[in-house]
Design a protein around this ligand. Structure first.
Ligand code: AMP
Length: 590
């Protein structure tokens, strides 16, 4: 495959392809992104995380597989930009408030779990004959989960805003902070860990590099808090007022990359920490959401290149060369960490399902581990073999991760079925509606929901700006109402209004059946996304051919789309706004 690629396109690597153009940067970026896209799409197709595809793209482009070999140095630098943008994003989403609300469990949990995983890793390092420093880096690398993988898993299941989602994210932030600290301290401690020249040195001399590093970090933090905190939001506000989207975008990138670079050059702080701080300072400003959105496309692209560059380091032969150590490494990542996390969460009195969610979320490693092992190797603390084990272990754990969530879903489905049976047996007079509402609260969408007892009711999808007004009016008119809403933030509002609800995405399997659509008098789809709306409408039409369905649209195309899927009438918001405006100025209505 590689040689075909070489004959068709002339890559700049004389050794393999002949020297025609000397554009290693372009070829690394282009081949990296194209291969990552192809393999990522394939991975998605077979229902594993696209990250695995990106990593495999790296393996294909790496020196251990035949064919095109990208320039590792360039790939590493590109990866560094990816890390800066990722960390900037982590900083932007870092909310001290969220962290504090779950600190009672997240802090001790993450600390104990990091300790357990590190000890297990050190144990493996010890049996493989590595020095303590190597084992420590190895163990730490196994202890920290990937932000990218975890957030994606939680988002897919709409768990981010739930209690357990918050615990998982808080836990991850503590892990991240511990890793940021490790990255900062490791170079300073490297000599000590290697046992170099420690004999005859006073405690002060040994502690000196650490103190200097901490001093520099403190100087950077103070500088950011005093100067950055004022200047950065001011610059962004100023640019936002110019109205130029392009300049705003540029400002966000200039700030994230500039602060990271400045932190590294002036304060000797890692790019990662610099970027994290830049993001964190911005997260206090109301412009942070916009800033986050602006960085998304570039961040994604460079994050992909980050995974590709990591994949390039992986020697697939490790599977046959070191099957046993690899197996143990994977075991530590998947079971060692999760069992520790499970135990801690249960100890704190949280339910089993929460403990299992946290365990599943953490049963993988990713970007921080890669950064850590690269640093460990460059400081000559960790043998190359350790890095290879971590990289291969990471790929395997990321591949297996979705499986744990599937198992978790199964467990919850079973548990819920058992609970329902028990509830039904216990109180026959309990209305089905209560059971349905309770079940919906516990487990949105995934499992078969009990059907509501309502009949002759209106089913309203979405309780936002549009839905809440419709709902209030129906309620006032005494029409029985059931709302399907997937934003847990609206639930309180619904509870206050005394409206029965089902939590979750109305397009998910089982939702419309649970809403007893068959016996409903109408369906109102009041969500802004016409694509998703179309799915809901067509599912509803499949349940009932005669049900009146009203949907919401923003353009002529969307109206056609929704009607095509079976909506009887579609209201275009913009048109209604125009009509109201015309009415206001007293002209005839259109
Ligand atoms: P608004 O645009 O302000 O009327 O808000 C729309 C509301 O619909 C929001 O509260 C969303 O959480 C909710 N929503 C959007 N998509 C879905 C969906 N597929 N299922 C249920 N609720 C949804």
């Amino acid at each position: 495959m590689g040689s075909e690629r070489c004959t068709g396109i002339h890559f700049p690597y004389a050794s393999k392809c002949g020297m025609h153009h000397n554009t290693p940067l372009i070829s690394t970026v282009v081949v990296g992104l194209v291969l990552a896209f192809v393999l990522g799409a394939l991975a998605q197709r077979v229902r594993i995380s696209p990250l695995v595809g990106y990593l495999l793209a790296g393996v294909v482009m790496g020196p251990f597989t035949p064919g095109y070999v990208a320039d590792q140095n360039i790939a590493n630098e590109l990866a560094e930009i990816g890390i800066i943008l990722l960390m900037f994003g982590v900083g932007l989403h870092f909310s001290l408030k969220d962290l504090l609300s779950v600190r009672a469990i997240a802090v001790p949990g993450a600390v104990v779990q990091i300790a357990v995983a590190t000890l297990l890793g050190m144990g493996l390092g010890w049996t493989l004959g590595w020095p303590v420093g190597g084992g420590l880096v190895f163990g730490l690398a196994l202890s920290v989960a990937s932000t990218v993988v975890l957030l994606r898993a939680l988002q897919e299941r709409r768990l981010v805003d739930t209690e357990r989602g918050r615990i998982a994210v808080g836990w991850l932030i503590v892990e991240d902070l511990a890793m940021v600290l490790t990255l900062v301290l490791l170079p300073a401690l490297a000599g000590l860990l290697k046992g170099e020249g420690t004999s005859g040195l006073s405690a002060y001399a040994m502690a000196q590099p650490v103190l200097i590093t901490l001093g520099k970090v403190a100087a950077f933090v103070i500088f950011m808090l005093v100067v950055g905190r004022r200047v950065i939001p001011w610059v962004l506000h100023y640019v936002a007022h110019t109205g130029s989207r392009e300049l705003f975008r540029l400002a966000v990138f200039a700030i994230s990359l500039g602060v990271a670079f400045g932190a590294a050059v002036l304060f000797d702080v890692s790019f990662a920490l610099g970027a994290f701080f830049a993001g964190m300072i911005l997260s206090e400003s109301e412009l942070s959401q916009r800033a986050a959105n602006e960085t998304l496309p570039l961040r994604d692209a460079f994050a992909v290149l980050f995974f590709v560059s990591v994949g390039m380091l992986v020697d697939p032969a490790i599977i046959v060369r070191e099957p046993l150590p690899l197996l143990v490494t994977v075991f530590i990542i998947i079971f060692g960490k999760s069992v520790a996390a499970f135990g801690i969460v249960r100890m704190f009195g949280h339910p089993t399902s929460t403990a299992l969610t946290i365990s599943a979320s953490l049963a993988q490693i990713g970007e921080f581990s890669f950064i850590l092992v690269s640093l460990g190797v460059s400081l000559a603390l960790l043998p190359d073999r350790g890095r290879d084990l971590v990289l291969a272990g990471a790929i395997i754990s990321i591949m297996l991760n979705p499986l744990f969530f599937v198992l978790l879903d199964r467990y919850e489905a079973k548990k819920q079925a058992a609970e329902e049976a028990a509830a039904a047996a216990l109180s026959a007079e309990d209305s089905a509606a209560e059971v349905a509402a309770e079940a919906a609260r516990k487990k949105p969408a995934r499992v078969e929901l009990p059907v509501t007892a309502l009949t002759g009711h209106v089913v309203l999808v979405g309780y936002g700006r549009v839905g809440s007004v419709v709902g209030a009016s129906l309620k006032q008119g005494g029409v029985p109402l059931l709302v399907i809403e997937d934003n847990p933030g609206c639930l309180e509002k619904l509870a206050q209004a005394g409206i029965e609800k089902i939590t979750g995405n109305a397009a998910a399997p089982g939702m419309l059946v649970a809403a007893n659509l068959e016996a409903a008098r109408g369906l109102i789809v009041a969500i802004p996304d016409a694509f998703e709306g179309g799915q809901i409408v067509s599912k509803a039409r499949a349940i009932s051919a005669t049900l009146p369905i009203i949907a919401r649209a923003h353009s002529e195309e969307e109206i056609a789309h929704l009607k095509h899927h079976g909506a009887n009438s579609v209201i275009m918001g913009e048109q209604e706004i125009a009509k109201a405006m015309i009415a206001q100025i007293g002209l005839a209505s259109i």
